[in-house]
Design a protein around this ligand. Structure first.
Ligand code: PLP
Length: 443
């Protein structure tokens, strides 16, 4: 592909209202990606750029995995679409079973969506509907956590806890929020912070306020990604699980980032030793190749819907998407999860996470870095704010990195890394060295 094949007119640039993007800045100085292979992106200048966030946390296997492209291309020829409602196709059932192979025991009923945002809203609706089915219709209140991210749909943004994502949109659905788990004394902790489990006890305060008879579910990311990689304090998730159990509240893990290997385990639930009642997945499910998400439910939650569904010809939950379980997404998912199983890459992430941890923490002391956090192949750096502009320095760091041939995520006052699972030690060294230089270059 030549540069002229990919050159864009101003009108083309203007026509696309880009998501989660500073459109004005981007269109003045576009960063256009035209190809990708393995751990590298190619830009429209032909430069090779290390993919330090695996796309958007979704391409852990690297780009251009032949098994996935072959599966997709075969699927399009065989069956390009099948109606998702009241009719089925084999791969949706096969992928559902495959997904359960990665899940903790008991989580084995899979409801397909097309994104993490749809998974969030689906899980919240399942939770509310479940309690109605159980004869407890007042259990509707939903509880999220400050600094949480559950996508952009109405349920997800309401339960999410990143202020900047909420400010523009007015009322969402009724929600309350637990405090986040970032404690100043824990700055520069490697892996899970030793203190902070008691922040789970704030759920008791919310229960005292709302009464458990009115609360349907708590939704959290086991490790919060978008807020800048916040690993859970030791025992925090265990405590939350116990409080939910004691008060008959469903616990939803949003594992859109944690699921399928990034934590060095099949799921965050496995990595941290706590099993939720519902788990949301997306991103790594198809290695990012075709949009897809899902909610994985405990079997007895599914059974509750079946048992209370009325006559057998009636649907048990009026919910789903035209593209739920899309054949092409299912083909991609089956191939991606097959490669994930056969490649040993999850084990590799676990083995190499110590190397990555040492590397990222070596940046302690660089200009303006106020915290470094990590787990598995995820790391986050907090950046001291420039006067009045908390998001400026991360943007400057990311732009400098891009120029140097490294893609990293900048969000809020953080820089985030989500390595491809195939990353090599020398690539980690180069990435971290470049990042340190970019911090040092800040004014
Ligand atoms: C934890 C979590 N949940 C939900 C989402 C939303 O997923 P999507 O962008 O596919 O809608 C994301 C995306 O980053 C996420 O990290």
């Amino acid at each position: 592909m030549t540069h002229s094949d990919t050159a864009l007119t101003q009108n083309q640039l203007d026509s696309f209202w880009m998501p989660y993007t500073a459109n004005r800045q981007f269109k003045k100085d576009p960063r256009i990606i035209t190809a990708a292979k393995g751990a590298y992106l190619t830009d429209d200048q032909g430069r090779q750029i290390f993919d330090g966030l695996s796309g958007l946390w979704c391409c852990g296997l690297g780009h251009g995995v032949p098994e996935i492209s072959e599966a997709i291309s075969h699927q399009v020829q065989q069956l390009d679409y099948a109606p998702a409602f009241q009719y089925g196709h084999p791969k949706a059932f096969q992928l559902a079973e495959k997904v359960t192979e990665f899940m903790p025991d008991g989580l084995n009923r899979v409801f397909f969506t097309n994104s993490g945002s749809e998974a969030a809203d689906t899980s919240l609706k399942i939770a509310r509907a479940y309690w109605r089915k159980k004869g407890l219709p007042t259990k509707t209140k939903l509880i999220g956590r400050i600094k949480g991210y559950h996508g952009v749909n109405f349920g997800g943004f309401s339960l999410g806890g990143i202020g900047a994502n909420r400010a523009l949109f007015g009322d969402g659905v009724a929600a309350d929020h637990l405090p986040h788990t970032v404690i100043p004394g824990n700055a520069f902790t490697r892996g899970l912070p030793a203190t902070g489990a008691e922040r789970a006890d704030d759920l008791l305060e919310l229960i005292a306020l709302h009464d458990a008879s009115n609360i349907a579910a708590v939704i959290i990311e086991p490790l919060a990604g978008s807020a800048g990689v916040l690993p859970p304090p030791e025992n925090y998730l265990q405590r939350l699980r116990k409080i939910c159990d004691d008060h008959n509240i469903l616990l939803i893990f949003d594992e859109v980032i944690c699921g399928f290997g990034r934590m060095g385990a099949n799921t965050g639930a496995a990595a941290f030793g706590v099993v939720p009642d519902l788990m949301n997945i997306a991103k790594q499910l198809t290695n990012g190749v075709v949009p897809m998400g899902a909610v994985v439910a405990r079997q007895d939650i599914y059974e509750t819907f079946m048992e209370t569904g009325g006559p057998e010809y009636m649907m048990e939950i009026p919910h789903g998407y035209t593209y739920s379980g899309h054949p092409v997404a299912c083909a991609a998912g089956l191939a991606a999860l097959g490669v994930l199983q056969s490649s040993g890459l999850i084990q590799r992430v676990k083995q190499m996470s110590g190397y990555f941890e040492d590397a990222v923490h070596s940046l302690k002391g660089r200009k303006y870095i106020s915290d470094i956090r990590n787990f598995g192949f995820a790391a986050g750096f907090s950046v001291e704010a420039a006067p009045g502009e908390p998001a400026l320095r991360p943007y400057q760091v990311a732009m400098d990195m891009w120029k140097k041939g490294f893609y990293v995520r900048y969000g809020g006052d953080t820089i985030q890394l989500g390595l491809p699972f195939i990353s090599k030690t020398d690539e980690i060294d180069l990435l971290v060295e470049a990042l340190g230089d970019s911090f040092n270059a800040l004014a």
